[in-house]
Design a protein around this ligand. Sequence first.
Ligand code: PML
Ligand code: MG
Ligand code: MG
Length: 258
Amino acid sequence: MLEEKYYSVRMRASQNGPHEQGGKHISGGEQISTYTDLKSMVNVLLEKALSHSRGNPDFMQIQFEKIEEPIKVLKPLPVRTYEASSVEEGQSAARKLLEQAGVPTESIDKAYELITEFSELRGAILFDIRSGLRIDDRNEKGIRVSRMDWLTANFEKWAEHYQLTRSQRMREALVLAAKVCAHPATVAELCWSDDPEYITGYVASKRLGYQRITKLKEYGDERGCRIFFVDGLSDLASYIEYLEKQPIFVQWEEKACH
Ligand code: PML
Ligand code: MG
Ligand code: MG
């Protein structure tokens, strides 16, 4: 379907040394680019990390590699925004949504117990809804969902149609959520930013779509959260392989939505 050659472009930036030497995570980013656009994509990622509210990085890695596999196309998840007036209200809405998505209450409780412990992670945690345990073995690194993007022109058409702000941050989160939720073993995702100036987060699932909640933490808080609730995962390695390696484009088909 997509004839052109594409490249996965990735960035990670940290402070007080590289992540693997204990540096503080500042910023990360994923792009899929044509050869011609590589220079500007690298620049976008460079810019993102150099102007981050988590601080100035003293380590940054930007790399690109050609994508050999066919790129799978996914539709964007439907978006809803819940206006929360306090963190408590927002968090309680998040828990309800997780339940609606099919995560058992005990699992939600157990996951919340882990959140403070893993709030410094730069990647996501895989959490099994049956055992109530974290099942990835990535320690402080977590899982980094990669090789995904949403072409600007299509994203902007979509945003205009639904009268949503063209936020780069939301676009990135929507792309990630669409990829994660498209896997049959994913029950739901819970996320809020580690950016101290950004307090909106979301719960996403195939059934519920992308449910934004405007207040999931207090301003100034640098603790973020990204948990994938999974069920029936017989092959953890292939699930992680999907998250890290399967190339994905999110694409909105205007006609199909009318
Ligand atoms: C992040 O900052 O990386 C996560 C942001 C999640 C919420 C984005 C939104 O829908 O506004
Ligand atoms: Mg971030
Ligand atoms: Mg892009």
